[in-house]
Design a protein around this ligand. Structure first.
Ligand code: HEM
Length: 230
C-alpha cells in the first residue's frame, strides 16, 4: 500500500492528468466557441471550434464529440461506483483516496456533455432546447441525472462533509440513482444495437447488488451480536 505522501504527490496528480485527457477536445472546442463568439455567425463558430480535432473529418463531428463525452461521463460514474466494491473485494483500502476525484470527473464530463449539446448541437436555440427536454424522454432523464449530480458536487469538500455529518452519506446515496439514470438515458437513445448500454446496465446491477448484499450482511451480523456481556 503506497504512503499518504506518495498518494498525494504522485498518484493523485498522475490520475488527474490521465482523467483530463479525454476532455481536451471538448474543452478546446468550447473555448474556441467562446473566443470567436464576438465576430462570427453561429454556424461559422461551430465549424471553426471543432475543426482542430481529427474527428472533425467524420460525417457528423458534433454528434461524435457529444457521444464521446457522454461515454466518458458514464465510464467515470460507473468507475466511481466501483471503487468501494473493489476496495472490499481486493482489501486495498487506499483506493478510497481516489473516489472523490473520480466522482468529480464524472460530474465534469456530464457537464461538458451537456454544454456541447447546448452550444454546438442546439446552437443555444432556447425554444428547441426546452422542447427537447420536455418531449424527448432520454433527454429528460439525462437532465434529471445532471441536476441530481449538482448537490453531490457542491458538497464534495471536507468542510461540507463535516458540516453535514451523517446527512452527507444519505445525500451521497443519490449516486445509486444517478448511475442507473445515466444507463437508462444511454439505453433509450440507442436505436439499434443495445449491447453497449446493456453491458453498462449489467456492471451497474452487479455493483449495486454487491453493495446491497454487503449492507444486509452487516445488518445481520449486527443483529446477532450479543447486546450484553452476561
Ligand atoms: C448522468 C448524465 C448523463 C450521462 C451519463 C450521459 C451519457 C450519454 C451516453 C453514454 C451517450 C451515448 C454515447 C454513444 O452513443 O456512444 C449520450 C448521448 C447523448 N446525450 Fe447524454 N448523458 C447524460 C446527460 C445528458 C444531458 C444532461 C443531456 C442534454 C440535456 C444529454 C444529451 C445527450 C444527447 C443529445 C446524446 C446523443 C443522442 C443521439 O445520438 O441521438 N445527456 N449520453
Amino acid at each position: 500500500m503506497p504512503s499518504q505522501k506518495a498518494i498525494r504527490r504522485f498518484y493523485k496528480p498522475a490520475l488527474f492528468l490521465l482523467c483530463v485527457i479525454p476532455a481536451l477536445p471538448a474543452i478546446h472546442s468550447l473555448a474556441a466557441l467562446v473566443a470567436n463568439s464576438f465576430n462570427s455567425s453561429v454556424s461559422e463558430l461551430i465549424v471553426s471550434s471543432i475543426s482542430f480535432w481529427k474527428f472533425s473529418r467524420s460525417a457528423d463531428p458534433i454528434a461524435r464529440l457529444l457521444h464521446e463525452q457522454g461515454e466518458w461521463a458514464l465510464r467515470f460514474l460507473v468507475i466511481t461506483l466501483a471503487v468501494t466494491p473493489v476496495r472490499f473485494i481486493t482489501g486495498q483500502a487506499w483506493l478510497l483516496n481516489f473516489r472523490r476525484m473520480l466522482g468529480l470527473f464524472g460530474f465534469t464530463y456530464v457537464l461538458l456533455h451537456f454544454l456541447i449539446w447546448l452550444s454546438l448541437d442546439q446552437g443555444f436555440y432556447w425554444a428547441g432546447i426546452g422542447a427537447d427536454i420536455a418531449k424527448r424522454p432520454f433527454i429528460t432523464i439525462g437532465v434529471a441525472a445532471l441536476l441530481l449530480l449538482i448537490p453531490l458536487a457542491v458538497t464534495s469538500t471536507n468542510k461540507m462533509m463535516r458540516r453535514l455529518g451523517t446527512r452527507w452519506h444519505k445525500l451521497h446515496r443519490l449516486i445509486y440513482l444517478i448511475v442507473p439514470l445515466g444507463v437508462w438515458h444511454f439505453y433509450w437513445l440507442v436505436k439499434k444495437d443495445v449491447t453497449e448500454p446493456l453491458i453498462y446496465a449489467a456492471i451497474t446491477a452487479f455493483l449495486l447488488g454487491y453493495r446491497y448484499w454487503r449492507a444486509s450482511k452487516r445488518k445481520q451480523a449486527a443483529a446477532i451480536q450479543p447486546t450484553s456481556l452476561h
